[in-house]
Ligand binder design. Structure first.
Ligand SMILES: NC(=O)c1ccc[n+]([C@@H]2O[C@H](COP(=O)([O-])OP(=O)(O)OC[C@H]3O[C@@H](n4cnc5c(N)ncnc54)[C@H](O)[C@@H]3O)[C@@H](O)[C@H]2O)c1
Length: 397
């Protein structure tokens, strides 16, 4: 129990917040309900745009409270009974939410920068789901704004909290793989995913949606600087005319310490059959002069077969609800971990126990998100320019 718990504003009420469009509860809502139950979070305010999203959110909250045996309470915007769509409902929440407060922004990618700017100007620390923003210019503006307001901003790059990736980083740091030559990533999802966010699917693409996670992971693991990018894509299916089903990106990186170069190939798609045994299929392989690290991040060794769901490969380490040894049905995994870490960091910052400078280097801070956005922007330019090689510009004003 904290004496003056943080109040949290969530902007967005979609799949990642409460599992809308799925059977589940997403990641953000269960984590916050649990933290509120344990007294670490005070009020929870959630803003969407459509009253229909709020109705669904409240249904999910009821189901979640039943399942977790909690009494999670939330304030919602637009207010129930208000029938009009309101793109700016979150601004009302910013006015009324009691301080100290932090915000979690989980809206379509193209809205991240403008909504985060309002959050910062209201004096509130933001956690933004990936990608921080689609362009370097936006990321740089947000970094400047954070500095002006002396706030902490982080990106919810939850793969940085996955033990398999932390282990990889350690092996690289210990020199066990030698000089890295190449990295291969394959990351894909079921085709129904892009139908869930149909309304904004044309404003993103599969590299921006999935590939950016591993652009950040390569940076996190190696600390290398992205130099140039080439990307190519295919749009063969009828699912979303004109948008790529699959994108392959080649990125050349340079190690800061040795100046040696290596290449990552990141292969992404969102057309896996809905009958595949997991929502996400993902693997990373790192090959160096002295060794190789292979991590199959789909096949974690847990498989379930039921009459209801068929064969499922379960990732027990991402967001999962299960009863723990204290007999509480809690939400576990590296998804909730990344959110809790942000809340703890903000508390420690407010209490003077950690500095902004420390957080900027230790965490997926806005500063740390610059390389992933620079890669993503270069991928988008390469796709628009017939797969030409594009120099990665980390200094775009
Ligand atoms: N789905 C995932 O597993 C996942 C994981 C990590 C990050 N993300 C990121 O989360 C973000 C949202 O993705 P999603 O899958 O939840 O999408 P979604 O389409 O299910 O939800 C988007 C939500 O944003 C809301 N919204 C749009 N404009 C708004 C505004 N002006 N004010 C308040 N709310 C607004 C919509 O009402 C909707 O509730 C994306 O940037 C995505 O990349 C998603």
């Amino acid at each position: 129990m904290t004496s003056n718990p943080l109040n949290i504003l969530v902007v967005g009420a979609g799949m990642y917040v409460c599992g809308s469009g799925t059977e589940g509860f997403g990641t953000i809502l269960p984590t916050l309900v649990q933290e509120q139950h344990q007294g670490k979070v005070g009020e929870i305010h959630i803003a969407a745009t459509r009253p229909k999203s709020i109705t669904l959110l409240l249904e999910k909250l009821d189901q979640l409270n039943n399942r977790m045996n909690t009494k999670g309470r939330i304030h919602v915007y637009p207010y129930p009974g208000n029938e009009a769509r309101d793109e700016e409902a979150y601004k009302k929440a910013l006015e009324v939410i009691p301080r100290p407060a932090a915000a979690i922004i989980s809206v379509p990618d193209h809205l991240h920068a403008s909504i985060t700017e309002h959050v910062i100007r209201a004096g509130i620390h933001p956690l933004v789901v990936k990608p921080l923003a689609p362009t370097v210019k936006e990321v740089k503006q947000l970094i400047r704004l954070l500095k002006d307001y002396q706030l902490y901003g982080a990106v919810e790059f939850h793969k940085r909290f996955d033990a398999a990736n932390l282990m990889l980083r350690q092996k690289v740091e210990d020199g066990l793989l030698g000089d890295i030559c190449y990295v291969v990533v394959e990351f894909s999802q079921r085709r129904r995913v892009r139908q869930i966010f149909e309304s904004w699917v044309a404003r993103t693409n599969i590299f921006q949606y999935l590939g950016v996670h591993y652009a950040d992971m390569v940076y996190f693991v190696t600390g290398a600087r992205p130099l140039r990018v080439m990307a190519i894509g295919q749009a063969h299916s009828e699912l979303s005319p004109g948008s790529y089903d699959a994108i392959q990106a080649v990125v050349e990186w340079q190690m800061e310490s040795t100046q040696k170069r290596f290449v990552s190939t990141i292969l992404t798609n969102w057309i896996d059959p809905d009958t595949t045994s997991a929502m996400s299929d993902q693997k990373i392989m790192v090959v160096g002069t002295k060794g190789r690290y292979q991590s199959d991040q789909k096949n974690r060794g847990v498989q379930m077969v039921t009459e209801e769901g068929g064969i499922e490969d379960i990732n027990p380490y991402f967001t999962q609800l299960y009863r723990d040894n204290e007999n509480n049905l809690n939400v576990h995994g590296y998804g909730p971990h990344s959110i809790r870490q942000f809340l703890t960091d903000v508390e420690n910052l407010e209490a003077g126990n950690i500095s902004l400078e420390e957080l900027e280097t230790l965490r997926p801070s806005f500063q740390q998100a610059l390389p992933s956005t620079a890669v993503l922007e270069a991928v988008n330019i390469s796709l628009a320019q017939n797969s030409q090689w594009i120099d990665v510009d980390l200094s775009r004003k």
